[in-house]
Design a protein around this ligand. Structure first.
Ligand code: HEM
Length: 407
């Protein structure tokens, strides 16, 4: 039987390392459903992402077996689902907050948030590093940047979690509730006259030359940022801590050489890509690696498979290696015109969280139950939970800890 990886199967997702390796070898472009093509190598993934004219982003983050719908009237106009020339207008507008220099200025705020979250942990004892740390920090950072009032954070996170969990199938009811909430927030802010230096303000108080959004469109953009910026970065933080503790010498090496923190983060993004794949729709008859594509065919670009591609990364491509060279050349943040706008922020959050935990809890170690149990969400890669022991002293953690690793 020809190798195949079904992006709509949780069983395949759980067995991704093995299945994607055989797909890369035997069928770099495979077709698990009629009209659905999975692209699995680094070179092909980059080629598709860098050709937005042939491979449209319309219907990105939506996948059903079969080609894309013919009727595009209901399609959204958010940045991840927009093609040129509209895409450039949205991207230009969002760069007011997401230009790398603007994001770098957020580092002190990120540090404050991380300190607060780490201070709230007990000095010693067992915690769930996913629930108590990795999930909390990115939501606080992104909600502050957007301007979601603190009193609403839990409510918004519950909606966002429910929406992300079902991707690439849209949780229409939950997304509808989140849109209604954000529409209310925009109206409230507009009516109150209250001004803040946040993204909601940018929509309420447009500057000359800004794009004009009607009341239906405006809430979709903060919605997109909430969905794009929280669960993804939580995944990154959870994944990098997993790799530091799965082989605790990695953690020890960071204690000795904190300058390796940036490399630990990049190798985590490569090896455990938080977003497993993105989606494109074919606009004109074309071919990828000799496989003919028809208009409306879907292309599943497996970022994870590209980042595990032996041809690009060598035979140990799917292993975590703190000494790997050029890890930062991964495509976990995408490639081409849609490459992640929040990447510098996600990197700051992960680096500052590691730095803070290395300082406050240098004795961090895996606890009973520490294991890689993949979250059951098709487009995400992170563990459901991570049981760890906290310790403010380096202490001695001689227990040889081995955890069962499943992909
Ligand atoms: C580790 C964390 C993150 C990962 C792995 C990630 C991954 C990605 C990927 C793969 C894309 C490209 C989508 C495509 O080509 O279809 C993307 C786009 C985007 N991301 Fe991120 N992201 C992360 C964090 C963030 C954060 C923190 C924000 C904002 C708060 C953000 C905002 C965006 C936006 C606005 C886009 C759309 C860019 C465009 O379409 O031009 N992301 N991200």
């Amino acid at each position: 039987m020809k190798a195949s990886y079904d992006p709509l199967s949780l069983d395949d997702h759980a067995d991704a390392e093995r299945l994607l390796a055989s797909v890369r070898k035997e069928a770099p472009v495979s077709c698990p459903h009629p009209g659905v093509n999975v692209v699995a190598t680094d070179g092909l993934a980059r080629a598709v992402l860098q050709d937005p004219q042939t491979y449209s982003s319309l219907f990105n983050f939506t996948l059903e077996p079969g080609p894309a719908p013919e009727d595009t009237t209901g399609a959204k106009s958010v940045i991840t689902q927009t093609d040129p020339p509209d895409h450039a207008v949205l991207r230009g507008f969002l760069r007011r907050w997401f230009a790398p220099a603007a994001l770098r200025k957020l580092e002190p705020t990120v540090r404050e948030i991380v300190e607060e979250v780490v201070d709230a942990l007990p000095r010693t004892g067992t915690v769930d590093l996913v629930g108590d740390l990795a999930r909390v920090i990115p939501t606080r950072v992104v909600y502050s940047l957007i301007g979601v009032p603190r009193a609403d954070w839990n409510r918004v996170q519950a909606w966002a979690d429910a929406a992300n969990a079902t991707l690439p199938r849209q949780n229409v009811a939950v997304i509808g509730e989140l849109i209604a909430y954000l529409a209310g927030l925009l109206q409230e802010r507009s009516a109150s006259g209250f001004r803040a230096d946040d993204i909601i303000d940018g929509f309420v108080q447009p500057r000359p030359g800004d794009p004009v959004f009607d009341q239906t469109e405006a809430p979709l953009h903060p919605l997109q940022l909430i969905l794009a910026g929280t669960d993804t970065t939580s995944g990154l933080i959870a994944n990098v801590f997993y790799r530091m503790l799965e082989v605790r010498t990695n953690w020890m090496r960071l204690l000795e050489r904190p300058e390796l923190v940036g490399q630990a983060v990049e190798e985590s993004l490569r090896c455990d890509s938080p977003i497993q794949y993105v989606l494109r729709t074919v606009t004109e008859p074309s071919a990828i690696e000799g496989c003919p594509m028809s208009p409306r065919d879907r292309v599943v670009v497996s970022l994870q498979s590209a980042n595990w591609d032996e041809a690009a990364w060598g035979e140990t491509a799917s292993s975590y290696d703190l000494d790997r060279r050029d890890s930062a050349a991964h495509i976990a943040f995408g490639s081409g015109i849609h490459a992640c706008l929040g990447a510098p922020l996600a990197r700051i959050e992960a680096r500052v969280t590691l730095e803070t935990m290395l300082r406050v809890h240098p004795g961090l170690s895996p606890a009973e139950g520490f294991e890689w149990k993949l979250v059951p969400a098709l487009q995400m890669r992170r563990p459901r939970s991570l049981a760890v022991n906290l310790s403010p002293s380096r202490g001695c953690h001689h227990r040889a800890y081995t955890s069962e690793t499943t992909s």
